[in-house]
Ligand binder design. Structure first.
Ligand code: PGA
Length: 251
């Protein structure tokens, strides 16, 4: 069956010392969490040190972005997927709504980033999700379907083994307004149906679909009992080791 994934997205928070401190504080708190995969995503500057300090633990490390370019070259400010792999990370968050919103990232770029991850043996956590206006005008499913088919363009069934989907309704991110477990479940079911159309039944049944948007220790249980919610992508509540551990150890 699908092993849950609990991932923490640290966004642009924490200097190196703070990142190491949080990672080391988290290590013993989640050491017995065999029911799920635990992933944290520090900023690029902390990536190698956090990977080194977590070596041998059950915590995996993700980057929050990668370049669309796979070949090293004149791309000032970019970091390629193989550079991320090189420092010991195993996952990359691609297409986060903040990248789409503030940096103009389009589905084509998300697709190229996912492909770059796959080519270097990384797992891509592909984010999709509608904003408030899109939900209120009843376009939420269409928006998510377009993002999904755009991001997964050209991927094979075996590529899909290293793709995790994160459904993050933009209106629930950092707002304290979580989607209700029923709202989240309804969209997760829709995403799974869309995956079935795109990649077939087996892929749809095996792909982990995470929910993100104001997940906290207080609301994790209600989300995780939903049949199509296979974990969470956590922002604010992942910054503190105790609070993130409270989410990881939801069982
Ligand atoms: P949040 O962020 O948990 O702070 O709402 C989630 C995310 O952006 O991944």
């Amino acid at each position: 069956m699908r092993k849950p994934v609990i991932a923490g997205n640290w966004k642009m928070y924490k200097l190196l010392g703070e990142a190491v401190e949080t990672a080391l504080a988290l290590k013993p708190l989640v050491a017995n969490a065999n029911h799920c995969e635990v992933v944290i995503a520090p900023v690029f500057t902390a990536l190698k040190t956090v990977c080194d300090r977590l070596e041998g633990s059950n915590i995996k490390v993700a980057a929050q972005n990668c370049s669309t370019e796979q070949r090293h070259g004149a791309q000032t400010g970019e970091v390629s997927a193989d550079m991320i792999k090189d420092v010991g990370a195993s996952h990359v968050i691609v297409g986060h709504s903040e990248r789409r919103q503030f940096y103009g990232e389009r589905d084509e770029a998300v697709n190229l980033k996912a492909i770059a991850c796959l080519n270097f043996g990384l797992t891509a956590i592909v984010c999709v999700g509608e904003n408030l206006a899109e939900r209120e005008s009843g376009r939420d499913e269409t928006v998510v379907e377009t993002q999904l088919s755009g991001a997964l363009e050209g991927l094979t069934v075996s590529d899909m083994e290293r793709i995790i989907i994160a459904y993050e309704p933009v209106w629930a991110i950092g707002t304290g307004q979580t989607a209700t477990p029923e709202q989240a479940q309804a969209m997760h079911r829709y995403i799974r149906r869309t995956l079935e159309n795109l990649q077939g039944k087996t892929v749809a049944e095996q792909t982990r679909i995470l929910y993100g948007g104001s997940v906290k220790p207080e609301n994790i249980k209600g989300l995780m009992v939903q049949p199509d919610i296979d974990g969470t992508l956590v922002g604010g509540a992942s910054l503190d080791a105790e609070s993130f551990a409270g989410i990881v150890n939801y069982k």
